[in-house]
Ligand binder design. Sequence first.
Ligand code: S3P
Length: 431
Amino acid sequence: MSSLTIAPQGPLRGTVHVPGDKSITHRALILSALAEGSSTILGYCRGEDCLNTLSSLQHLGIPIKVEPDQVHVSGKGLWGLTEPAEPLDCGNSGTGLRLLAGVLAGQQFFTVLTGDASLRSRPMGRIVKPLQLMGAHIQGRRCGELAPLAITGTPLKGTDYVSPVSSAQIKSAVLLAGLFAEGETRFSEPLQSRDHTERMFRYLGIPFEAEGNSIRLTGRQSFQAKDLFVPGDLSAAAFFIVGASIVPNSEVTIPNIGLNPARTGILDILIEMGANIQILNQREESGEPVGDLWVKTAQLRGISIGAAQVPKTIDEFPIFCVAAAMAQGQTIVTGAEELRVKETDRIHAMATELKKLHVAIEETPDGFMVQGGSTIQAGHCQSYGDHRVAMAMAIAALTAQSSTTIDDTDCIETSFPGFYGKLLELLTNSN
Ligand code: S3P
């Protein structure tokens, strides 16, 4: 198991390219597999999470040719998947497992979906329940609450599901199942979660209607394959955005980043905290807004964040905690209880690890409070096997008094292969 030891250093300077968007890559792979004909996905994320979805689709009989910067998918149409000979291993990926469950519920064959210890402890009832309402036959440990999930494919019927949780994974599982269902599938959620699935449906010509936070889709309509371009992942860029903001004299450019408004909470929040961030060259690629980011160091101020800002910032709270620690004044986050069911309990993990560096942070049931501006001390930290905790702590370490070690950093590979090398490049540019 690897670890990273990071000495206090800076500034971060130069241009850095980050991996393709993880959420968009999962969807591009799945929808290209279900399309009629072949397509190329450019700039896909090569993190382990997406590679597990890719190999699951190969096990489901989809030919996929993998190259360093693009993959070629030979789509077999809506009804072209075939029964895999073994359980599909989604590794660490909640998105992979939940979206594939939606696809597999309506097939004419049996599948088992599983993953690593973290994924096998995460809630699955949230997708099993709506899929069962559509007629799916799914069983799992603890009455379907935990993976492995055993899915006996069966004809599905559309349903009208009102989700108690705002979650793109629940929404996408239901919408993907809706593609195979007879009649109309309706889904609504309290606050809008990321809409990559809907945007890709639109791009590929899959008809649906959206109004506010509700979507209606009529199933069993085939669609043609189309090449897809995946922008850089804002959630990966966020580590360098916060790094450049808090490490003195930094100036970093991050080209070609997805700027879907349902994902840009971290930019809105950092700008409100006083960050010096500019968005340049805004454009649209494959139905998603994209732009280049430029960031320069600035003194941040504490902020209060409530439930309304949580869905569009959901994956950025680990690195946001680091920004809050370096800001002047108090930061309070509420309404973020979903963080407790991510790759690890991110509220507990970040509070515990930042306290080791002498940050004044206290967890609450649905968030945390940080008294910013204290001097960060060195420490020996854990990642809890969570890629975003590992990378957030690596950025915090740049500002510590002496070298900090983070254990169990292999998990960074799930979303950001090459993270440490890119960090070193930005640091060496300044020498
Ligand atoms: C994702 C949705 C989010 C996010 C996850 C990726 C997706 O989860 O945390 O990393 O690609 O749909 P929820 O939708 O469950 O909040």
